[in-house]
Each structure stands twice: as structure tokens, then as C-alpha cells.
Write a protein that binds this ligand. Structure first.
Ligand code: FAD
Length: 324
């Protein structure tokens, strides 16, 4: 009998987050040919997103578009999703391992009485067995897990699994618009969202991260890093020492007690490479370190190292990339 796989799409600032397409690809790996895919997308004025999703999904797209859903709210989102899951009777639900995904996943797992595997960075299927890999001990070890039964809830770490390609070969998506009925009572509401970002690109989804440490010396020291990030269409991150020193906001902090990033390229500028920092960026595909101390531990994990003063090296890189 065919099984039902559900993906909870993620929308932020009127855009579909890339991790949704990564979750879709994960489902394509996990499911059997005749299993069904349904995507749930909530938000406000999301027709362009539904249009975009329809190019990727051969299955159903359940859409609820209402002003109450413009900003993520656990209670409202969970109530709405719960109602949809009752009808979809999922074998598995996939979400991004993002702030909202991490919030929703355990509630969904408890509701469905499901097992949960979180923070998945790779999925393999061999002899009909689906194996999920997730990092442990700040990326020093990896655990491979499988479900013995359903229902299942899986969260996917952004930027690790290849995003789904547009599905031109398969059947068209069936778009199902659902009427929003507000929960009868709410114990919490979102009053305001105060954004602290480093630029146009979301740090956890950026393909390129330019990160600064104590070596940038002060908040002005971040300017050359911001310029480089802008030229590369990347995001700016930071070590905790840089945040603690007040050079930048804590929203930029990468590491054990900050954000985990896995970009294609991570450029560490004036960062020594303490284990707590490495925990948040060691899974980056290519690591480039710029540090004036040739003995800095960051060079042990770097693919490319530049021994030099970041205030000379970073502007040179920016100039070169501008020409490219
Ligand atoms: P430093 O270690 O001081 O290194 C600065 C580097 O800049 C040096 O290597 C120096 O050679 C280089 N430098 C100086 N000037 C220049 C220049 N002009 N050009 C080039 N290079 C230059 N840290 C995190 O980052 N993230 C975390 O989430 C985190 N969580 C923690 C949790 C706990 C429980 C604890 C105890 C610590 C945590 N830390 C975390 C702190 C961590 O241990 C380090 O103190 C911190 O990462 C060091 O930051 P840094 O590399 O910027 O500074």
C-alpha cells in the first residue's frame, strides 16, 4: 500500500526557503515509487511561492493563505498543520532543521506518536532501508539511524542535502486551497518581530559565509568582510569572541552556542579556530582561513590558508572577485 509523505514548506520574507527543496529531495530518496507526496505551505500572499513549488512537486500542495500566517507562531501553525495531518495520515513528515522546524517537529511527533530523527545531513537508501546520518559531539562524530516503523518525523539541516530539481517529467502538482479557521483561543501571540541580520542573505542558508573573529579588532573591522560578502553574495558571520567584544551582534555568532552553518565556502578571517567555533562550521565544503599567525589551529581544518593580515588580504580578495 502506498504511504503518505508530508513536507512542511518554509516561507520567510515572501520567499520559499531552500531547505524546503532539500526536504523534498530527502523525501524523494526515502519514499517508494508509488508513495504520495504532499507539501503544506502556510503564509500570506503566497501565490508566487505556490507557483514556484508546483514546478518541483508531483503530488499535492496544500495551501493556507491568511494574514494570521504571515509570521510564524507555534500555536497557530501547529493547530493548522495538525488539522491537515489528520486528513493526510502521514507515514512521515519532513521539515527543515530551522528555528520553526525545530519548534514544530517535536509537537508533530508527539501528536502523531511518531519517532523523530533530527538534524539530518545525509540520507541513503540501500535494500529498501533508509539510513539517516546526523552529526554528534559538535561534528566530531556521526550517527547513522533508521526508523523501525512509522509514523516518522525528520528534520533536515540546511545546505547539506542537494535541493530537488524542478520535476518536469512527472505529473503536475495538485493545488488544494484550504480555508483558514483561526484557533478558538490562543495562549500566545506574536507582537513584533525584531530582525537582526547581517545582510540580504540568511546566514544559515548562505552558500558563502565570510566570518570575522577577534582579529577584526572592532566593529569597523567588519566592514571589509561585509564588502567581500556582498561581492560574493554571501553572509557575514562571527566568532563568539567578536560578539562578546561588541564588534557585531550575537545573531551572527557561529559555533557550539551560536548558529551552525554548512556553506559551500567558509572564509574565516582573524579566527583562531577554537573547538567551540569549529563546531558550527566544520561541515562547510571548503574552508579558507586568513590569519596572521601560521600556528593558528584554524589552519588544521582549512582547505586553503592565507597567512597574512586580514586588513590587507580581504580587500585584495574583494577587488579580485569584483573583476571576475
Ligand atoms: P581568538 O581566539 O582571540 O583569535 C583571534 C585570531 O585572530 C588569532 O588567531 C589571531 O592570530 C588572529 N588575528 C589577529 N589579528 C589579525 C589580523 N590583523 N589579521 C589576521 N588574523 C589576525 N566561540 C565561538 O566562536 N562560537 C561559539 O559558539 C562558542 N561557544 C562557546 C561555548 C563555551 C561553553 C565556551 C567555553 C566557549 C565558547 N566559544 C565559542 C569561545 C571559544 O572558546 C573561543 O574563545 C572563540 O571562538 C575565540 O574567538 P576568536 O577565534 O575570534 O578569537
Amino acid at each position: 500500500m502506498s504511504k503518505s509523505y508530508v513536507i512542511i514548506a518554509e516561507v520567510r520574507d515572501g520567499k520559499l526557503r531552500q531547505v524546503t527543496l532539500e526536504a523534498l529531495e530527502s523525501v524523494r530518496i526515502a519514499k517508494e515509487d508509488d508513495d504520495l507526496i504532499s507539501v503544506i505551505v502556510l503564509g500570506h500572499q503566497i501565490s508566487p511561492i505556490v507557483e514556484q513549488l508546483s514546478q518541483y512537486v508531483s503530488g499535492q500542495i496544500h495551501v493556507i493563505d491568511h494574514v494570521d500566517l504571515e509570521t510564524y507562531n507555534s500555536e497557530i501553525y501547529f493547530t493548522v498543520i495538525k488539522g491537515l495531518l489528520d486528513n493526510l495520515n502521514p507515514h512521515a513528515v519532513f521539515l527543515g532543521h530551522s528555528a520553526s522546524g525545530r519548534d514544530l517537529a517535536p509537537m508533530i511527533a508527539a501528536y502523531l506518536n511518531a519517532g523523530q530523527i533530527s538534524d539530518v545531513i545525509a540520507i541513503e537508501k540501500a535494500n529498501a532501508e533508509v539510513i539517516y546520518t546526523r552529526p554528534l559531539y559538535a561534528g566530531k562524530a556521526f550517527e547513522q539511524k533508521k526508523f523501525t516503523d512509522g509514523p516518522q518525523v525528520v528534520t533536515i539541516r540546511p545546505n547539506n542535502i542537494t535541493a530537488a530539481n524542478a520535476d518536469t517529467a512527472s505529473s503536475q502538482a495538485e493545488i488544494i486551497t484550504i480555508y483558514y479557521s483561526p484557533p478558538p483561543s490562543l495562549r500566545s501571540i506574536v507582537k513584533d518581530v525584531i530582525r537582526k541580520t547581517s545582510g540580504k542573505v540568511d546566514l544559515t542558508e548562505a552558500k558563502i559565509v565570510v566570518s570575522g573573529g577577534r582579529g577584526v579588532k572592532n566593529s569597523d573591522g567588519f566592514k571589509p568582510l561585509q564588502e567581500l560578502a556582498e561581492v560574493l553574495n554571501g553572509a557575514v558571520g562571527a566568532s563568539r569572541a567578536a560578539c562578546d567584544a561588541g564588534y557585531c551582534d550575537y545573531a551572527l555568532q557561529i559555533g557550539q552556542t551560536g548558529k551552525v552553518v554548512t556553506p559551500e565556502i567558509y572564509i574565516a578571517c582573524g579566527i583562531s579556530g577554537a573547538i567551540q567555533h569549529v563546531a558550527g562550521m566544520s561541515q562547510s565544503r571548503i574552508i579558507i582561513a586568513i590569519n596572521k599567525d601560521p600556528e593558528a589551529p584554524i589552519f588544521k581544518i582549512a582547505d586553503y590558508g592565507i597567512v597574512g593580515d586580514l586588513f590587507i588580504v580581504v580587500p585584495l580578495l574583494t577587488e579580485e572577485f569584483k573583476k571576475a
